[in-house]
Design a binder for this molecule. Sequence first.
Ligand code: SF4
Length: 528
Amino acid sequence: MQLTLWTYEGPPHVGAMRVATALKDVHYVLHAPQGDTYADLLFTMIERRDRRPPVTYTTFQARDLGGDTAELFKEAARDAVARFKPAALLVGASCTGELIQDDPGGLARALNLPIPVIPLELPSYQKKENWGAAETFYQTVRALAGPSAPQPGRPRPAPADGPRPSCNILGPTALGFRHRDDVAEVVKLLGTLGIRVAVVAPMGAAADDIARLGEADFNVVLYPELALSAAQWLKRTFGQPFTTVVPIGTGATRDFIAEVCGLAGIPVPPGLEEGAARAPWYSRSVDSTYLTGKRVFIFGDGTHAVAAARIATEELGFEVVGLGTYSREMAREVRAAAGRLGIEALITDDYLEVEAKVAELAPELVLGTQMERHIAKRLGVPCAVISAPVHVQDFPARYSPQMGFEGANVIFDSWVHPLMMGLEEHLLGMFREDFEFNDGAAPSHLGPGSKVPAAVARATVPAIIPAANDPAPAGPSGWTLEAERELQKIPFFVRGKARRNTERFAQERGVALITVETLYDAKAHFGR
Ligand code: SF4
C-alpha cells in the first residue's frame, strides 16, 4: 500500500485508451467496473475531443460478480464489433477487471470475430499509463504490421515510390502534451528536408496504415516513452532504423535534422533556421542577460525533463539545480543528464518528495507538470509547465508546439513569462522600501496583491533590516493640489518612493502642507 493523493500517471488501461483514441478505426473493449467510464472525461473535457473515445466498458457491478462476468465481456465485445464495425479490436481489463481474471484475450478469440483481436496484458498494479500506452502501441503494431514482415534474413525490398526518402512518425497519442502541434511542426520540418511522411501513428492512423509501417525507410520516434518498443520491433522485423534525438529546443532540433538527414542519406540543407528560429536571438539579446544563472528546478516525464535541462543550460544560461522524472522507464536517461550537470537526479512518483526537494533547493523557477504548478504556487516560486500531466489549459486552441524551431520559440516565451522582468528586478533592487516595488512585490503581470516568490526575494533582493532608531514617519497633514498633480507626473513605479520620501522630509522639518517646492526640496535632499 502507498498513501497517494496525487498521481503523475493514470493506470495502464488509460494509456491503452490514449492509443485507441488516437487510432482511427480501432475499438477497445475494456473489462471494467461501473464507474471506470470517468476516463472518458480526460478526452472529452481535458483534450476537448468532440466525441467519446472508442471504448466499450463492460461496467460490471457488485451483483454481477456472483454471475457470469465472462459472458458479460463476450456480449460487450460482440455488440461493440456489430455496432462500431472497427477494423481491429483491442481487448483488456482495468485494475478491478484484472482481479477477476476473466481473460479478455481468450474470450474474444473464442468469439471468432471477423477482425484482428489484440489482447492487452497490462499489469495495473506494477505499471502505469505511459507503459500501458507503449505496450498497447507495440502490440497493435506487431499484430497489424506483423503479417507483412519479410522472411527473416531477406533484404528489405526497394522503396516502391522512387528515390524520395520516407519515414513514419511514431509516438503521438491522444491526451499527449502538445502532441497535436508537435506532429504538425515535425511534418513541416521533414517536408522542408524533402522527406515524405508515410504514416503518423498512432495519432490519426487507421489499421491499414499500421499494417504498412514497414514500408518506410526509417522511423522518427517523437516520444520514446510511448514509441520506443514499437520502433525497436520495427527495426528488428523490417530493418528500419529510428531516430534517437527528440527535437525539443534549438540545439536538439539541429541535431535531429542532422540525424534525420543521415538516416535519409541526404545532405543537411543550409538556412533551415532562417525566419523560423527566433529563440536563439531572443536569448542572446541584451534583455535576456538577467536570465543568466537563474536557478531552475526541472521535473516531468523523461523526454521533456531531459530536453528542458539542455535548453535551460545551453540555450538560456540558467543554472539547473534540480532535475528529475516520474517515469521510471526513463530513469537512466535522466540520471545521465543530471550527471552531466553535476547533480543527482530525483526519480520518484511521490509529489511530496518533489515538493520537499523544491523547498530545499529554493529555485527561482520551476519547470514541471501540473503538480509542480501547485507545489510552486504553494512555495511562491514562478513556474512553467513542460510535461504531462497537464490540465485543460495546456491543450490550447492556438498553435503551441514544443518541438522544432517554432517549439523553441514557444518554450522561450512560456518559460520567461512567469519570471520577473529585468526592469522590475532592477527597480526592486533600487527602491526596495517602496510600497509598490518592495521585497514583497510580485511580477506586475500577476496583478495587485500578489506576493513575490520567496526564493526570488532571497536570490535577488537583499533583506532590509530597519534600524531600531528609524521610526516610521507619521503621515503629514496633507498635500496641495498642485503638489499632488506634480507627484502624479513621476512614473508609477517610483511614485510611492517619492511620496514617502517627501512626507518624511516634511515631517522632519515640521512642514504642515506639502507644496510643489517641498516636493522638489525633498528630491534635492534625497538626491544628494
Ligand atoms: S479499476 Fe482501476 S481505474 Fe477503475 S476505479 Fe478501480 S483503481 Fe480506478
